[in-house]
Design a protein around this ligand. Structure first.
Ligand code: DC
Length: 224
């Protein structure tokens, strides 16, 4: 088994991250959390006060080095060697990240970095466009989906667990807004890739979802 790439795609809150991490740990693969990279750029742009200025964001991204280090179930994110992990999952970043991820130059630069990370192989790449643009030749492509209400409820619970005060209606509205931006954008809109296995996770537990994915992976890849 060499240089295998599994790509997991789907909308916000479809459960991609949880399951991608579980699959990566099970197979002993590297977990490539592409969303964390868009989040890191969004955080930097917010810090610099330029989040609504695409030209300035382009300048910021040019020559920047974003790296990921997946250890003990957590993705550590570094920009030019400085760790930003704890700043990238805030409501502020959530509310702006779709806009940053719609910027073509940002995508071009991050996709280039992601493809280079994929070259080492044995990677579970997670994020929208990982099955269509980043790794169109992935050995296995999976598209996870769930209803808006189920996805909003999941995000809402994640915030509560972290002690972040939010309200369910706002989270639902945020998910709808992100869906609209992510599906309607010109640069790499959210799409179901050809040959992707589609799984609706609305009524599945994480363990059930994991089993379905592992069954599908076994059909394609030999592992112990
Ligand atoms: O998966 P996530 O919630 O961390 O993703 C954050 C945002 O970045 C979300 O709006 C989708 C976008 N994204 C993207 O456009 N392309 C990717 N490969 C990964 C994430």
């Amino acid at each position: 088994m060499s240089k295998i790439i599994i790509a997991i795609d789907g909308p916000a809150g479809s459960g991609k991250s949880t399951i991608a991490k579980m699959v990566a740990e099970r197979l002993n693969f590297t977990y490539l959390d592409t969303g964390a990279m868009y989040r890191a750029i969004t955080y930097l742009a917010l810090q610099a006060g330029i989040v609504d200025d695409e030209k300035e964001v382009n300048k910021l991204v040019e020559g920047l080095d974003v790296t990921l280090n997946f250890e003990n179930g957590l993705t550590h994110v570094f920009v030019d060697g400085i760790e930003v992990t704890e700043h990238i999952r805030t409501p502020e970043v959530n509310s702006k990240v779709s806009e940053i991820a719609a910027m073509p130059f940002v995508r071009k630069e991050l996709v280039r970095m992601q493809q280079s990370m994929g070259k080492v192989g044995n990677v579970v790449a997670e994020g929208r466009d990982t099955t269509t643009v980043v790794f169109p030749n992935a050995d296995l492509k999976i598209y996870l989906d769930a209803t808006v209400d189920v996805r909003a409820e999941r995000r809402y619970k994640e915030y509560l667990e972290k002690g972040v005060p939010v309200n369910l209606d706002e989270v639902t509205e945020n998910i709808r807004k992100r869906d609209r931006i992510d599906s309607g954008r010109e640069a790499s809109p959210l799409l179901v890739a050809e040959n992707a296995i589609e799984v609706d996770t609305s009524n599945l537990t994480v363990d059930e979802e994991f089993e379905i994915l592992i069954e599908n992976i076994k059909k394609k890849i030999n592992f112990n």
